[in-house]
Design a protein around this ligand. Sequence first.
Ligand SMILES: Nc1ncnc2c1ncn2[C@@H]1O[C@H](COP(=O)(O)OP(=O)(O)OP(=O)(O)O)[C@@H](O)[C@H]1O
Ligand SMILES: [Mg+2]
Length: 234
Amino acid sequence: MITLENVSRHYGSGPKAVAAVHDVSLTIAAGSFVTVVGASGSGKTSLLNLMGALHRPSTGRVLIEGVDVGLLSEDARSALRRTRIGFVFQFFNLLPTLTAAENVALPARLAGDSRAPTLRRAEQLLEQVGLAARSSHRPDELSGGEMQRVAIARALMMDPPILLADEPTGNLDSATGASILELLRGAVQAHRTVVLITHDASIARRGTRIVTMADGRLVRDELAASVPPSATAR
Ligand SMILES: Nc1ncnc2c1ncn2[C@@H]1O[C@H](COP(=O)(O)OP(=O)(O)OP(=O)(O)O)[C@@H](O)[C@H]1O
Ligand SMILES: [Mg+2]
């Protein structure tokens, strides 16, 4: 589903150059639930941006569903992102002037779909994440956990096979974070491929596979079932 072959991503040049991701090779099978852990600055977000075709690798290849992202034009990459990948972020990234339903519908509206059917689908997605009663609320009328559920509904709007989440529970209390995790697990059960970055070791263990980054390198790659709770505790 997603393959990285000797991928590096550099920022800047000369003495300011940073190898945010260094020589990472990784294959993520369709339908798997991979969690990514590692210290701040270890390259987790950079890795996710490569997996999601937001960035091109500096060296190496990134294949998404067999397509070499590095060979695509800017337009083709954004089309790939829009249709094949759903993104969820730590700070939700909802538009403050739109209602919950309009935020959820936005990806389809941007793709040119007409308003009524996209709003109907948005309402259905909001119902799936338990927010049917909040569809006409604006983000500032929602709690953090509700905003993140809206963001997940939006990420599912285009029915993408891949869901990439960067610390989606980072701003939520643990009970609310657990409900977000359940939604992501539901996406896996619906045969999506999910990659989740988290600082929380107990959340990381809920995936099927834990990838650990350190200084831009992939330093550990293990099945969650093989990791005792104490091993990832901080
Ligand atoms: N746009 C950029 N320009 C220059 N350096 C960058 C840029 N983005 C990230 N970096 C650097 O790349 C390294 C990896 O950053 P990245 O954001 O991927 O880390 P992270 O593991 O997601 O950290 P955190 O847990 O704090 O979110 C860091 O040293 C960071 O300073
Ligand atoms: Mg990050």
